[in-house]
Design a protein around this ligand. Sequence first.
Ligand code: NAD
Length: 274
Amino acid sequence: MAGRPRRAEPQRRNRIVDFKDKVAIVTGGGNGIGRAACLGFAGRGAKVVVVDRDSDAAHAVAAEIGSAAIAHPADVTRTADVQGYVARALDAFGRIDCFHNNAGIEGRVMPTAEYDEDVYDAIMAVNVKGVFLGLRHVLPVMIRQGKGAIVNTASTAGIIGTPGMPAYCASKHAVIGLTKVAAGEVGPQGVRVNAVCPGPIATRMIEDLERQISPNNPGGVTERYTAGLPLRRYGTAEEVANVVLFLCSDLAGNVTGAQYVVDGGRTAAPTGGV
Ligand code: NAD
């Protein structure tokens, strides 16, 4: 049954997942899902490197956390920047236990037949090359350590087609491919690599998309979209971060190469019933 979007239940604090003495890097950590992951890691005892190309946002999140965090402004599409955040984590904290390879952009909503090539290239650069470079430079550290856990942020658009978002969709399918390959390669060295696949989540990204689709009535897009979700609401950044934390923790010790949807049931039952 369609209806008004529902709100998430308030989160209760959960300390079952413990990251005491662990070090986490989160890319895109200045906003949305990455910010929630930074706060979640730190709230459970980890030291956190907040990586974002938005320097102010990275510093604001690090300041919110306090002495357990450092901000590291960087663009994930540049090799030198990626090497820079890996070196910074090692210099500051000596190891990398958890890596949330999360920075991403949504680009424009346009059908494939009209899609802008420059937008396509920009999305691929951040969402695919950025994730690849993160893996390329963090994996050797974790292999040396003989332990580590990585979560790449994909999307339900990495599992099903999303008309109007060809580049985003292709990029997120690629993230799942990179995840599976890396998991197969580094499992024997004790490193796990998984993907989280959010459905629509209430962050700046979905607000931007709604404004693109309906500049005069973005709330109407929310109502239409949530009516097709079994849970009838957008997820929250914290709800995605909770799954990231689980996947990075020893509770998920036998989980690798997996894709975890956090999507209010979108991919399981998109119409929400008859
Ligand atoms: P957001 O826009 O709130 O945050 C993204 C952050 O990434 C921003 O702080 C931005 O500055 C940073 N960033 C972008 N490009 C960067 C680059 N080249 N280098 C470094 N930092 C960069 O968005 P969000 O919703 O939190 O998205 C986080 C991830 O979740 C993305 O990979 C996105 O594709 C994915 N995702 C989001 C949704 C959703 O509905 N919000 C759904 C599925 C997947």
